[in-house]
Design a protein around this ligand. Structure first.
Ligand code: ATP
Length: 331
């Protein structure tokens, strides 16, 4: 089982310029969380701070009773072994073949024999569907394969927490769909805690158990997927529905004048789209952390947008409680 990551009051600046401040959230053990936010809001900085590559100005990151910002370099080095990180470009060594790239953390951080290393590398390459590509150089394979190789490398030390920095950047929609399925299947198999930074709204809507949004130097919201997908909070609604109307502007937040002009022009955000069902593991079992669709909405007295929790063919894939169906008649 993965471990919980509790972040409290985290603040980070560079040269006196704050990137974000006072971020508090808990990544539940073994669950998948997605972190969203406009470009430049500091999502990558957040991941690097979590894994201890950057020191926060203040705040706590508590994992298994240890507060990372307070640890010595030596203890931090140990805690870092709990993490696997998939960097944006896969961060593979260009001169090493895929096998050696994936074997690298094992050779650096463990005393395992080459035959033990071979067994682990083969297992991880099999997990990401790359058996047969061992001898290729990163420059000889596609972007999607490089991401998968980076993922195999992130998994070799059997991490309890896996951080993904834009795993879908530069991938076509079909490859993104395959990668998303792979992420769900790996979460099911490894039981690690996953945090994914993405700009892909479809990924954000269907893959995670929890969603967070960083905006304007703060965490605008973090919580269960249904909470954000049914939220009418303007920033969350605008971002999760990829709209131009709302507080977020092209370069930064819109000023009062722009928002007033928008209001005068009668510009309104379209209705919330239906909440899709979550992507399921391909082994046919339910997700471990799955809550029944509609449960968060029911527990919080929130009516989900019409058509929510239908499968891709528009058919309901789950029994909905009477609360979620018009007049108690399943729609
Ligand atoms: N080591 C550093 N030193 C100084 N400034 C930095 C450093 N790393 C990041 N920044 C700044 O922090 C801000 C946030 O950068 P970051 O890459 O985390 O944003 P992001 O939300 O991941 O963006 P994108 O979605 O475009 O990838 C940027 O203004 C960036 O220039």
């Amino acid at each position: 089982m993965g471990v919980e990551v509790a972040v409290r009051g985290l603040t980070k600046s560079f040269g006196g310029q704050p990137v974000w401040s006072d971020i508090s959230l808990t990544l539940p053990a073994g669950e998948i969380s997605v972190l969203l936010g406009p470009s430049g809001t500091g999502k990558s900085v957040f991941l690097k701070t979590l894994v201890g590559l950057l020191r926060p100005d203040r705040g706590d990151i508590v994992i298994e009773g240890r507060n990372l910002p307070r640890l010595s370099e030596r203890d931090l080095y140990e805690v870092r072994k709990l993490f696997g990180v998939l960097f944006q470009d896969g961060a593979l060594f260009g001169s090493m073949n895929i096998y050696d790239n994936v074997a690298f953390p094992l050779r650096e951080h463990t005393r395992r024999s080459e035959s033990e290393i071979r067994a682990v590398v083969t297992e991880k390459l099999d997990m990401v569907g790359l058996v047969g590509a061992e001898k290729k150089l990163p420059g000889e394979i596609s972007g999607g394969m490089r991401k998968r190789a980076g993922l195999a490398r992130a998994l070799v030390l059997d991490p309890q927490i896996v951080l993904f920095d834009e795993p879908d950047s530069g991938l076509d929609p079909v490859r993104t769909a395959y990668l998303n399925q792979l992420i769900i299947d790996l979460n099911q198999r490894t039981e690690a805690t996953f945090l994914i930074v993405t700009h892909d709204i479809n990924t954000a809507r269907t893959v995670p158990d929890n969603i967070g949004l960083i905006y304007h130097g703060h965490l605008a919201m973090f919580g269960p997927r249904e909470m954000l997908l049914s939220s009418t909070e303007p920033v969350v609604r605008q971002f999760l529905n990829a709209q131009r109307i709302g507080p977020i502007g092209m370069a930064e937040e819109k000023d009062a004048e722009e928002l007033q002009a928008e209001a005068q022009a009668g510009a309104e955000l379209p209705p919330l789209p239906p909440i899709p069902v979550q992507l399921q593991p391909s082994d046919g079992r339910r997700r471990r952390a799955e809550r029944p669709p509609g449960q968060w909405c029911r527990d919080h007295g929130v009516e989900p947008p019409p058509g929510s929790f239908a499968g891709p063919d528009g058919q309901r894939t789950v029994e909905l409680p009477a609360f979620l169906t018009r007049d108690g008649v399943p729609g």
